[in-house]
Design a protein around this ligand. Structure first.
Ligand code: AKG
Ligand code: FE2
Length: 208
């Protein structure tokens, strides 16, 4: 993508278009039905070592406001944040400057446990008016929604997740229920978006 937000198209690798055919599967979710190309035309792959995350940020207006994030490797906890200077804001627990002159309420509005091989699709208000990020940590403490009593209590820093009922990985669920931390290892994410502006004159753009 150029600085002005124009995509210089290049063919996707086979694993995107043939097997496991990510594009067809993403199209089948219907999340991109209203996007200019009806499918993602741009994918960023990020690699995170254990202990690494990504600061709260917005993806911005150069993309159609739908993003599909596929997680591979280890789990992670994905937080959505709001700006603390929103009209609807109450006093934030801890505010931090976003670098855009706006401060961020450090208490997430929503936290999701992204399992290995899971897909999360962010759109609407979550794309246009919120930030998202992943904390730099080696282990995640998740609040158990199941009360076993005794010593299975979640630690004070445990995170409430909004997608417990959607989790597929029984081993992860059992660890959370027992109050055990989830240890991170390497995670790869594929962030799939549709860039509305596509160059039809690659030579000219490369000249800049
Ligand atoms: O790796 C992720 O899950 C998030 C990546 C992200 O937010 C981005 O590339 O804009
Ligand atoms: Fe992002």
């Amino acid at each position: 993508m150029t600085a002005k937000g124009t995509l210089c198209p290049a063919p996707f690798p086979n694993f995107v278009t043939q097997y496991p055919d990510l594009i067809a599967r993403l199209k089948a979710t219907e999340a991109f039905e209203g996007s200019p190309h009806g499918v993602p035309n741009h994918i960023i792959m990020n690699e995170y070592e254990a202990g690494q995350g990504i600061m709260p940020h917005e993806d911005g207006p150069k993309y159609h406001p739908v993003v599909a994030t596929l997680s591979l490797g280890t789990h992670c906890v994905f937080h959505y944040y709001r700006y603390s200077d929103d009209a609807s804001s109450t006093t934030p627990h801890g505010a931090e400057n976003s670098g855009t002159g706006r401060s961020i309420d450090r208490t997430p509005v929503l936290s999701l446990l992204l399992e290995p091989r899971s897909l999360v699709i962010s759109f609407g208000d979550m794309y246009t008016a919120h930030l998202h990020g992943i904390e730099d940590t080696f282990e995640d403490h998740i609040k158990s929604p199941v009360d076993l009593g005794g010593d299975s209590d979640s630690p004070a820093n445990a995170v409430h997740i909004g997608n417990w009922d959607l989790l597929q990985d029984q081993k992860l669920k059992e660890m959370i229920t027992r109050g055990e931390p989830l240890l991170r290892s390497t995670r790869w994410s594929l962030t799939c978006r549709d860039i509305p502006k596509v160059s039809t004159n690659l030579q000219r753009l490369r000249g800049f």
